[in-house]
Design a protein around this ligand. Structure first.
Ligand SMILES: [Zn+2]
Length: 304
């Protein structure tokens, strides 16, 4: 990888944190929240929060309000109204209609199993079969393959050519809009121009860049933070029962997140209150200090 490239500060920076309400925030998601917040505020930017509840099969009741309470307990305050994806289905439908009208989308009836059997990359099997687009999954015919991009932390990222050229799903066979579609539509709609998030989302970034281009929108800058892992390849996640971070005693986890992000943490920081800690973080944060790694192992759960 090439050395990290950090550009001049953005004008009218608009960033975001976009959790899915599938459980409480854990240390891994705190790192993404803090990293995106500090970078936005260090650049006099706005920081938005979006609840990514498009995959309703994964939504846990009240997880959204729990996440928002946790953000406030960590003095991470959002600048505009919270957006919920499930309240925006007409917008996603409009975009899908317009892509359909341009003949850029086709119905696909292939199962995940079938695609896996041919190597995991979709080969356009249904492209000329004219499946009913009302009742089948929808794929976008790839017009803007993205084979590399610059990441503000990870440097130049090369993308597998077959993956870059793949026609990917924008609507699933169960009728739900795909994450790939809605995340880009939302980022465009909210005017997001820098995306700071975990490196687990580095692979779908190339598709998202393609979709920004397809929708004639400026491509935001991307900065992918290292993931917190318990052992190589095992990220902290709701799926593997990473413990929730404390709302009552936020300082230890926040200081651990600062350390994780490469901030020059000093011993007496813990004497500050939570608002002062965040202010210190804003003054001392730089993307240049964030380790250029896709993951960092944490020896034990850092909030304990
Ligand atoms: Zn197909």
């Amino acid at each position: 990888m090439s050395p990290t490239a950090v550009t001049t500060p953005l004008r009218d920076y608009r960033g975001r944190f976009a959790p899915s309400p599938s459980g409480p925030l854990h240390f891994g998601s705190l790192v993404a929240a803090v990293g995106s917040y500090l970078d936005a505020k260090a650049n006099q930017g706005k920081w938005l929060v979006r609840i990514e509840d498009i995959d309703t099969t994964r939504v846990i009741k009240n997880a959204d309000s729990d996440i928002l309470n946790t953000l406030q307990a960590y003095a991470l305050y959002w600048d505009e109204s919270i957006i919920y994806q499930t309240q925006r289905l007409p917008l996603y439908q409009d975009i899908t209609h317009s892509l359909l009208k341009q003949n850029l989308v086709y119905g696909c009836t292939c199962t995940r199993k079938k695609i896996k059997a041919i190597g995991g990359i979709y080969q356009g099997h249904c492209k000329a079969l004219n499946h009913n687009t009302q009742s089948s999954a929808l794929r976008l015919a790839q017009q803007h393959p993205t084979t590399q991009f610059n990441d503000l932390i990870q440097g130049n990222v090369e993308v597998d050519s077959a993956l870059a050229h793949e026609d990917y799903l924008i609507k699933r066979s169960d009728g739900l809009f795909a994450y790939q579609l809605v995340v880009v539509v939302d980022d465009i709609d909210q005017g997001i121009n820098r995306i700071v998030r975990g490196a687990d989302l580095i692979e779908p970034t190339a598709r998202q860049i393609s979709l920004f281009k397809q929708l004639n929108s400026p491509v935001p800058e991307f900065a992918h933070l290292p993931l917190a892992v318990t052992k190589p390849g095992f990220k902290l996640s709701k799926q593997n029962y990473a413990p929730a971070i404390s709302q009552q005693n936020p300082k230890p986890a926040l200081v651990s997140a600062f350390k994780f992000l490469g901030l020059p943490v000093i011993a007496d920081l813990i004497d500050l209150n939570i608002e002062q800690l965040i202010d210190w973080g804003i003054k001392n944060f730089s993307l240049k200090q964030v380790p250029q790694a896709s993951e960092i192992q944490i020896s034990q759960h850092p909030t304990s």
